[in-house]
Design a protein around this ligand. Sequence first.
Ligand code: RNT
Ligand code: ZN
Length: 428
Amino acid sequence: MSKSSSVKSSARSSQAFAAAAAAYETLGVDVEAALATLAATPISLHCWQGDDVGGFEKADATLTGGIQATGNYPGKARTIDQLRQDLDLVYKLLPGRHRLNLHAIYADFAGKPVDRDAIEPKHFASWVDWAQARKLHGLDFNPSNFSHPLSAEGTLSHPDKKIREFWIAHCAASRRIGAHFGKKMGTRTVTNVWIPDGSKDTPFDRAAPRARLAASLEKVFAEKLNAKHHLDAVESKLFGIGAESYTVGSHEFYLGYALKRGDVAYCLDAGHFHPTESLADKISSVLQFAPALLLHVSRGVRWDSDHVVTCDDPTRAIFEELVRGDFLGRTAIGLDYFDASINRIAAWVIGTRAAQKALLAALLEPAALLRSAEEYGDHALRLALFEESRALPLGPVWDEFCRRHNTPAGLGYMAEIKTYETQVLSKR
Ligand code: RNT
Ligand code: ZN
C-alpha cells in the first residue's frame, strides 16, 4: 500500500524540556499553566475523516452538497466497526481527552433503517455506549443536509414546502439527539446546522430563499432544549462546488441570525471565506456579541478544499486569538477536513495534533511582555517579541506534554500508524 519509509524516533528529551521551559520562563511564561490549559481543552474530532464523509446509510454513498474528498488511498472504513477500530487508534495517539463529532449519516440502524426525518437517539445508542466505554470527553452532532435525494435542489430554503418540512424535521430530530448525547455524556453537546443550499449561476432573487431559510430555522429551533446539555450552532459558507454564485446561508445571514436569537452559537469554518480573509480576526468581533463560538478548524488551499490541518500561521493565529482574548471558555473547537489521498488515520492524528500544537504555541506566548509593550506604545519591542517567540523551543514542550499523557512523542505515532496499515488497513 504505502511506499513505506521507516520512522526514526525524533522525540526530544526531558532535559531538552527543562531547557525549553527555562527559555520560556525567562520571558515570563508559565509553562506548567500552559500545559494544564492544553490538557483541559478538548478537540472535537470529526468522524467523517475516516470514510470520506460517506456515512453508513448505504454502501458507497455519493457525497453531494458541494463538498469533496479527493484521493482514493486504500483502507477507508466501510462499516461502523471499522470506523470505530480506526478511531481507537486515533484517540490512543492523541494526548489529552477529546470529543467525537458525529453526523446523522453515521447512525447505527442495526438493520432497521429510517429516513432522516425520523432519526432518534436510539439510532445512536451504540455510539453513546462506545464513547462512554472509552471515556471520551463528549459527543457533538450534525444534521446531514446533503447526500440525499431530497437535498439536490436545496434543503431548508427549498421553494417546495414539503421538502423544507422534511429537512426541518431532520434538523429538529438531530437537535434532540444532540441533547440526548449531552445528557448521557455529562458535557454539553454542540449540534451544528450547515446546509449546502445555493446556486451555480447568478440568481435573480437572493432574498426569497433567505427568508425561507430564516423561517425554517425558527421551526428547527422551536423546541426548547436544556442549555446545560445542549448548544445549537449555525455554520455559514461562501460558496460550494456547483454553488459558486450564491450561498443562501452566507456569513452575514447566519451571523445576523445567531445574534438576533442570542441563544445560538455561530460557527466559523476556516475554509469558508475568501482565501485572503483571516478567520482569526473575526473571533473577537463575533464574541463581542454572540454568546458562543464553534470553530471548524480546517485548511483551505485555494478553495474550501478541507486539507489536513497543520500548525501553519493562519491556524496559529486562530488559537492565539482564543488565548489572548480569553475566549477558550466560550469556544467549542472542532475540526473539519477530509483528505482521502493519504492514510486517513494519519490525517486525523496529524491534523488534531497540529491544532493542539497551535494552541500550545498560543499558550506559550510571552503575553505579559507583549501586552505591556503594546500598552507603552513600544511597537518595536512588540515586533521583537513576536520574532523572538517564533524561535522559542516549542518542540520539547510538546514532546513533554505527549509523554505526560502516555502518547508517542516526536514522530513515534507514525510508526504505530504504519504498523496498523500493514496489519489492518491493507487487508480491507
Ligand atoms: C461544509 C461544511 C460542513 C461539512 C461537514 C461535513 O462546507 O464545512 O461543516 O464539512 O459538516
Ligand atoms: Zn465546516
